[in-house]
Design a protein around this ligand. Structure first.
Ligand code: HEM
Length: 286
């Protein structure tokens, strides 16, 4: 099956093809928790930010008022922070205790490498019909951008959020007026992060032709052999050459898992677009 055919039949061949594991159960849980808490934070945060708009007043009324929205914002902030800390803890465990090779360098790392720049420029040339499509390794450059964007967002949104939540504590270390600056940074960085996730990340991960209408691999943890070969050919060829494919073999995802993943993904995409429409219309109306 060629690229064009796969594009017209995303997640094709369920139950007919061989499947390979791409993400662990822990990584899948982390992503689901991150996606849920981010969506909830974006919704509650935007409701607070645009609290004079009709839609925000209606949303607040539905759940019992702005105080409840504020409570849920902080509740999901704790969930998101916990997931982030679990992720950091897992990285430390893999680095320090398991001495996992390839975490910080080599073809499977999330650290940006020379090949990512080469792939980026090759992709730009491909978009302009000036060259062939680049062949990606385990992570494409835009997947690394998504990943590091979350570290950046967590740093800026998290720090400013906690500064607003515990102003007396932070005022021991920073001048009081910086707390006002924290609100401005939190608010604008939140909008940037929501725009990035709901427009760029959703497009890259689900809506681009090769993945349309949805790539379920982060939910099911598995990809078909054809998807593996087309999306990550360099990794596929490397593992095949080293005889390691058999170790990655997995069962095809059961139908219920595909259905639940598809439903979750669809709701997340619709919620994200709805929020973007609400945010932009709130700006326009002022
Ligand atoms: C660790 C994570 C976070 C913490 C601790 C946090 C904390 C806070 C706090 C304390 C407020 C002020 C609430 C009030 O008293 O009205 C706030 C507001 C807000 N938050 Fe967060 N937040 C976090 C993550 C996020 C995320 C991920 C987003 C969106 C993507 C977000 C979007 C907003 C927005 C838009 C506001 C309203 C700002 C305004 O009034 O202009 N927050 N947050």
């Amino acid at each position: 099956m060629g690229t064009a055919e796969l594009a017209s039949r995303p997640n094709a061949g369920i139950d007919e093809e061989m499947y390979y594991r791409r993400f662990t159960l822990g990584q899948r849980y982390q992503h689901a928790g991150l996606a849920t808490s981010f969506l909830a934070l974006a919704f509650t945060g935007m409701t607070l930010r645009f609290s004079t708009q009709d839609w925000a007043v209606t949303a607040a009324r539905l759940v019992g008022g702005f105080a409840v929205i504020q409570f849920f914002h902080l509740f999901f902030a704790v969930i998101l922070t916990s997931i982030f800390l679990i992720h950091v803890g897992d990285l430390i465990r893999r680095m320090v205790y398991l001495h996992e090779k390839g975490l910080l360098s080599g073809p499977t790392t999330m650290v940006v490498r020379r090949k990512d720049f080469e792939d980026f420029f090759a992709n730009m040339k491909y978009f302009l019909w000036l060259g062939p499509a680049p062949k990606f390794d385990r992570y494409a450059y835009w997947e690394k951008l998504d990943y590091w964007g979350e570290w950046w967002g967590m740093g800026v949104i998290g720090l400013t959020g906690y500064a607003m939540w515990f102003p007396e504590f932070f005022a021991r270390f920073i001048p009081g007026r910086w707390l006002n600056v924290a609100l401005v940074f939190h608010s604008w960085e939140a909008l940037l992060a929501a725009g990035f996730i709901f427009l760029i990340h959703f497009f890259n991960a689900h809506l681009r032709p090769l993945n349309f209408p949805m790539d379920l691999v982060i939910f099911t943890g598995r990809q078909s052999e054809e998807e593996f070969k087309i999306r990550h050919p360099v990794e596929y060829e490397r593992i095949a050459a080293s005889g390691g494919l058999e170790k990655l073999r997995a069962e095809a995802p059961p139908r219920w898992m595909n259905n639940c993943s598809g439903l979750f993904g669809l709701l997340a995409i619709l919620a994200g677009f709805l929020l973007m429409v609400l945010a932009v219309s709130s700006f326009v109306r002022g």
